[in-house]
Design a protein around this ligand. Structure first.
Ligand SMILES: [Zn+2]
Length: 201
């Protein structure tokens, strides 16, 4: 399991008027998500521990290096109703393999899109139960970080940095952590690594 606190370093991510930075908050969320995942028996690797900013490709590579990995990237939005959260999965990527039968790096997610949606729907359902007004199913979008990841991969986006008091976001962390951990645990028995990376599972 690779857990990705997005942004970092000089990239602060979304910023609110109260001096709240996305890059800081996602680190705190990651710590709680990690604990919840470990309680479900997952081995967790983080793409960054502190205020570094690895490239998109470096972050994806941490998942791509292991067979059977799961990738979760955490974001705090500048939009959306405060107190809600949503899960994004990559939209369908055209033809997985090129003429040589190999999957180009920038479409690494292609064979995993349907697995990502299963994982995303599990986590979304739990988030929607806990945080009213959140979508109960995964949303699709073109997410750069997910595109190059060769594993079931979701982006979890929490609203929002616009709150006056940071505590309004922080108090969501235990519920988000629980939803991700229980969603991943429910997904785990259905996760069969695609045998031929050129074919959809
Ligand atoms: Zn972000």
């Amino acid at each position: 399991m690779v857990l990705d606190p997005a942004h970092g370093g000089t990239d602060l991510g979304a910023r609110g008027t109260g001096g709240i930075h996305e890059s800081d908050i996602v680190l705190e969320f990651a710590a709680q998500v990690r604990t919840a995942l470990e309680a479900q028996g997952f081995q967790v690797v983080q793409t960054r521990q502190g205020n570094a900013n690895p490239s998109f490709d470096d972050r994806s590579a941490m998942a791509n290096a292991q067979r059977g990995s799961i990738f979760v990237t955490l974001h705090i939005a500048s939009t959306g109703v405060p107190g809600t959260a949503r899960v994004y999965v990559m939209n369908d990527l055209a033809s997985a393999a090129d003429a040589t039968g190999l999957i180009p790096w920038d479409r690494a997610q292609a064979p995993f899109v349907s697995l990502s949606r299963k994982l995303g729907d599990q986590v979304s359902a739990l988030i929607a139960q806990r945080f009213k007004g959140s979508p109960a199913a995964a949303q699709t979008a073109s997410v750069r970080q997910l595109r190059t990841t060769a594993a079931p991969a979701i982006a979890v986006e929490i609203s929002s940095v616009t709150v006056e008091d940071r505590a309004q976001i922080d108090h969501m962390a235990p519920g988000i952590a629980d939803a991700i951990a229980r969603g991943a645990a429910a997904f785990r028995p259905t996760y069969v690594v695609p045998a031929n990376p050129g074919e959809r599972p």
